[in-house]
Design a protein around this ligand. Sequence first.
Ligand SMILES: CC(C)(COP(=O)(O)OP(=O)(O)OC[C@H]1O[C@@H](n2cnc3c(N)ncnc32)[C@H](O)[C@@H]1OP(=O)(O)O)[C@@H](O)C(=O)NCCC(=O)NCCS
Length: 328
Amino acid sequence: MSRVPFSLAALDHVVLRVPDMKKALAFYSDILGAKVERRVENFGLVQLRAGDSIIDLVDVGAAWLKAEGARPFTPEVRNVDHICIRVDPFDEAAIERHLVMNRLEIIERGQRYGAQGNGPSVYVRDPFGTVVELKGPATPIESDEPVIKTERLTLRPVRVSDAASLLPTFMDGEAMRYWSHAPISSLRDMEGIIARNLPPQNREEGSFAITLGDDRAIGCVNFYNERDAMSGMGYILERAAWGKGYVAEAVRGALIHGFTRLKLHRIWLEIDPRNAASIRIAEKCGFMREGFARKSFFLSGEYQDSVFYAMLYEDWITRADVGVPSGR
Ligand SMILES: CC(C)(COP(=O)(O)OP(=O)(O)OC[C@H]1O[C@@H](n2cnc3c(N)ncnc32)[C@H](O)[C@@H]1OP(=O)(O)O)[C@@H](O)C(=O)NCCC(=O)NCCS
């Protein structure tokens, strides 16, 4: 038998298939006191906090589960979907080698949400068919440099050396039309803007370059003016990349970062009411329109109106499409 390449750190979560969510919540939440942490409506999933662990309740009536052939729960049909154990270290290749040498197959793998946030997982079956999820540490929560990965994008901390890539966008009158300052014209200005967005002016881990995974910054998304766990968010993208849904994707990733790693309570956007694309992003990412301020922003010798959008942690945590659920 090969040497086990990790040690078991903790039971991360259990996933229970329940035939009646109301009844299940009455028991686990009302009677046992487990707090509802997150709902993923598309998956009929409710995640309850139980100390350091999570209890996932998955509605067996949910359309996706029915499509997988789940049968209604009866005493003969098991209601435990799988158990999840945190392992340490999580070296996927070493784990796979170890499992293969022990004639076990990884039946699924991917980033999954667990008690400490999103992190890598592999799934195996025990000899009786029960699925066991072996879970690594949450990322980016436990990694040193925060890197936010979305389906198509990698957001990594912006650096002063990104100035050359970002400068064309900050010189572009069309891209800068509704930005908070006029277009700039020199690399030195660009470097100054990046430096002013970095600590100590703004929070560490608050300014991200948007990349397509090749490290070139095609835009940025950043948190600014943070105080008392409330922060503004801004975003900009080079014109050649507009209209592909990149910024909405980046904002969704940044929201996960803002509400988990930065532990923000409120994230707000200040948008020029004529900036229809930005308003659309706010709305499709689930921000709530809160107000309109007349002639409240002084730019290029004129007062401009602003429309304000915001998202609270409790709005975000209860939204259906946040992250990847662990209740497969
Ligand atoms: C605003 C900006 C970030 C959008 O980036 P993007 O990656 O093209 O945005 P997305 O593709 O994710 O989403 C844009 C949405 O607005 C819609 N849209 C674009 N232009 C629009 C317009 N003139 N009127 C109405 N809707 C518009 C798009 O159709 C899309 O919605 P959809 O997904 O429902 O089709 C980008 O245009 C930009 O960098 N602008 C300059 C900087 C800026 O204004 N930043 C915002 C400051 S608050």
